[in-house]
Design a binder for this molecule. Structure first.
Ligand code: ACO
Length: 321
């Protein structure tokens, strides 16, 4: 039997942390008290002009490849989850392949599932590996959400940040990923979107992120609890057997609600939302890499990764690290 197992993790955050007070100083009509009280966010990282998702992805990927103890040319599949690609095409994954100097003709493509993107990409990569068609995948979440924020909309611009996280997922005789579930319900597309496009050389519609915060909050709390229980049931496991929950990092109150529903205390939940804000598809691999490198996550630990995002999309993975 071929399984898929994480062999290494890496991440990258651009520049210096930008505090809530820094946003006030830049003219956003908000306060540290409001942002911390409603979301838990204290700082975020914003990519300087000219730094793209593929560049953040390159640095995170190099770290993951080094941690996996392989070389870039051993990677035969690259999947990048992003809603802020460098270009309409080619894919950010193809650009990343070139930046990593990979010339082996392996597959490379992007996945677009917004904040669930990393869980979607990991699940797709797992299926490629378990089929025997590919041996070693680089799975990346990379975002420059700061480029699609309306900085005059205080209800959204304070929430997001930029960054990238990556894992090397490889074929293994020992089980790694044990269960996964992906879902979507496109009828909710209007509560979180960037409702613009490019045509005839112009932006048609609105190029900025728009959100009904309260509707998103309610939806996220419900589906994150449901999907975590779904993967546990698939694997025949109980919440008490989970060492770490790594949820998408949108809002500390959403994270606390999910942990409560699973009966997990917050000391078994990895949170980065305080320091990173919401980095969309990058948030889960960023949190995973942080906790691996600081020694909290160790080989053999059982972990649930779960995300929810625009579309709406949601999903979870249960894995043994
Ligand atoms: N600073 C100060 N005041 C603000 C700010 C701000 N940044 N943003 C909004 N307000 C004000 C509003 O204008 C409003 O004022 P009013 O009462 O005078 O009209 C008041 O705060 C309340 O606004 P609400 O939007 O009702 O605030 P709410 O309590 O719903 O909190 C929030 C907003 C934090 C966005 C919350 O709804 C939320 O966290 N939703 C989840 C959204 C989310 O996490 N999205 C991430 C993307 S989706 C994902 O990743 C899953």
């Amino acid at each position: 039997m071929i399984y898929a197992r994480i062999a290494g993790t890496g991440s990258h955050l651009p520049g210096e942390p930008v505090s809530n007070d820094d946003l006030v100083a830049r003219g956003v009509d908000t306060s540290d008290e409001w942002i911390v009280g409603r979301t838990g966010i204290r700082t975020r990282y914003l990519a300087p002009a000219g730094v793209s998702s593929s560049e953040l992805a390159r640095i995170a990927s190099e770290r993951a490849i080094e941690a996996a103890g392989c070389s870039a040319d051993d990677i035969d599949l690259i999947i990048v989850a992003t809603s802020t690609p460098d270009f309409i095409f080619p894919s950010t994954a193809a650009l990343l392949q070139a930046k990593l100097g990979i010339r082996n003709g392996g597959a490379a493509f992007d996945v677009q599932a917004v904040c669930s993107g990393f869980v979607y990409a990991l699940t797709v990569a797992e299926k490629f590996i378990r089929s025997g068609s590919h041996k070693r995948a680089l799975v990346v979440g990379a975002e420059v959400f700061s480029r699609i924020l309306d900085w005059s909309d205080r209800g959204t611009c304070v929430l997001f940040g930029d960054g990238a996280g990556a894992v090397v997922l490889e074929a293994s005789a020992v089980p790694g990923i044990r269960a996964s579930a992906l879902h979507a319900d496109g009828s909710h597309h209007e509560i979180l979107n960037v409702p613009g496009t490019v045509a005839a050389g112009q932006v048609i519609g609105d190029p900025f992120l728009r959100m009904d915060g309260q509707a998103v909050f309610k939806f996220a709390v419900k589906v994150l609890g449901d999907v975590a229980l779904e993967v546990l049931e698939q694997a025949g496991a109980l919440p008490a057997q989970v060492d770490w929950l790594i949820p998408h990092q949108a809002n500390i109150r959403i994270i606390q609600s999910t942990a409560k529903r699973l009966g997990l205390s917050m000391d078994r939940v990895i949170t980065t939302v305080e320091q990173h804000g919401n980095t969309s598809a990058a948030s889960i691999p960023l949190a995973l890499d942080l906790a691996v490198r600081d020694g909290r996550i160790r080989p053999g630990h059982r972990i649930i990764l779960e995300g929810v995002g625009g579309g709406f999309t949601w999903g979870a993975t249960l894995l043994d690290f």
